[in-house]
Unconditional design. Structure first.
Length: 45
């Protein structure tokens, strides 16, 4: 599953686990996800 930026931001703000892959666009729009300890997934292009 590939998550969009809005769902990643919502999960991080609620301190929930982010399971799934994210796009490079999400990484550009919301860089703090790289350092988020509960992120389990990879970056896709």
């Amino acid at each position: 599953m590939i998550l969009d930026t809005s769902s990643v931001i919502l999960r991080v703000s609620r301190e929930r686990k982010v399971e799934g892959n994210i796009t490079s666009i999400t990484l550009i729009e919301y860089p703090p996800v790289r350092l988020y300890g509960k992120f389990v997934g990879r970056y896709t292009s």
